[in-house]
Design a protein around this ligand. Structure first.
Ligand code: PLP
Length: 383
């Protein structure tokens, strides 16, 4: 009787599964595989955030909350948008979700109809096209190249607009490329949205992890077209707490709340109080973010110079904690290259699912010792 639904069957099986399962299998056998494939900070959640969660538990703040989040948190998010991004989203134009992922999912469900087209710069985070396709809408990739540091060309974007186009998804700083789109590119993208009456969904989860570039929110240029997604996961090393949020026009936020009220009800109450501490205790949070950013920058510099020295061409990303390495000197096919790198006891993600042929993604959210060892292991493959 358990025939799977068309929707469940439509999910594209991940081509990275084979590599990931092999990595897990090797670990089970006691082989020391270094993982460069994870998408989360290696730092612990800051102490002041943990303390706020413990206090919330002890004072009984452990019940359902309002669907859109506790009012104090929505006020803190509204203040954060104003302070850090120059965006004005009133507290009732903000909603709190179970992770950035659910904010995106609710947004796509609230805005997309079957057949609508959604422009997504590639290489992209794999969940965008999958989530878009689950709504029945059609993801349309807009290619970018390693030569340009994966910068989006607004003309390439506009060339793909059709009468069915409804939305542009932006992710800057980006996963997997680490690209940070400069203000002039964002302004031009905002112009495309305005000319063709498109929605911009901007995922700014990595906004604090920017090294030599300037991080700007596209909502500054086209506020009436923009839904801004963010969250606690990457900024405050809180991936397990599952807190994301969105700011946008009241009507869209209300539709997202209605969807959430019939699915998860609200994000975890304890995690909401923890995130409130992360956003309100600015001194402690800034110290944590600055420490993490400095560590990531040092690691980025080491891994980029190391991979290039090995002959694996790797652009210097300006943000997030990923690099994309050209692995064609190991093997022209990135899946096979990732397999060979795994045989050298390093787990990486092949670019196949990101629309990045010939490349693999390495996360440098790991220790400098691991990075040095990874470079040695990959180096031995190339002798
Ligand atoms: N957006 C991007 C670009 C990501 O890389 C991730 C996590 O990998 C998310 C959103 C999801 O964040 P969360 O863990 O808060 O759902």
């Amino acid at each position: 009787p358990f025939l799977l639904s068309d929707r469940a069957l439509s999910l594209k099986p991940s081509s990275t599964v084979a590599v990931t399962s092999r990595a897990l299998e090797l670990r089970r056998q006691g082989v020391d595989v270094i993982s460069m494939s994870v998408g989360e900070p290696d730092f612990d959640t800051p102490d002041h955030v943990k303390a706020a969660a413990i206090a919330a538990i002890e004072s009984g703040k452990t019940k359902y909350t309002a669907v859109n989040g506790i009012p104090e948190l929505r006020e803190a998010i509204s203040a954060k948008f104003a302070r850090e991004n120059g965006l004005s989203y009133a507290p009732d134009c903000v909603t709190v979700t179970s992770g950035g992922k659910q904010a995106l999912f609710n947004a796509f469900l609230a805005l997309l109809n079957p057949g609508d087209e959604v422009l997504i710069p590639a290489p992209y985070w794999v969940s965008y096209p999958e989530m878009v396709a689950l709504t029945g809408a059609v993801p349309v990739a807009v290619p970018t190249t390693p030569e340009s540091g994966f910068l989006l060309d607004p003309e390439e974007l506009e060339a793909r607009v059709t009468p069915r186009t409804r939305m542009i998804v932006l992710n800057s700083p980006g996963n997997p490329t680490g690209a940070v789109f400069p203000p002039e590119v964002l302004e031009a993208v905002a112009g495309v949205a305005q000319r063709h009456n498109l929605v911009i969904v901007t995922d700014e989860m990595y906004e604090h992890l920017v090294y030599d570039a300037q991080q700007v929110s596209i909502g500054l240029y086209a506020p009436e077209h923009t839904l801004t997604i963010n969250g606690a996961s990457k900024a405050y090393a809180m991936t397990g707490w599952r807190i994301g949020y969105a700011g946008g026009p009241k009507g869209v936020i209300a539709a997202m709340n209605a969807l959430q009220s019939q699915s998860t009800s609200n994000a975890s109450s304890v995690s909401q109080y923890a995130t409130l501490a992360a956003l309100s205790d600015q001194a402690h949070t800034a110290a944590f973010v600055d420490m993490a950013r400095a560590a990531y920058r040092e690691r980025r510099d080491r891994i980029v110079s190391g991979l290039n020295a090995l002959g694996l061409s790797t652009p210097t990303p300006q943000g997030a904690f990923y690099v994309m390495a050209d692995t064609t000197p190991i093997h022209p096919d990135e899946l096979e290259a990732a397999r060979r790198i795994l045989d050298a006891r390093v787990a990486v993600v092949p670019g196949t699912d990101f629309a990045a042929p010939g490349q693999v993604r390495l996360s440098y959210a790991t220790s400098m010792e691991n990075i040095e060892e990874v470079l040695r292991r990959i180096g031995r493959l190339l002798i």
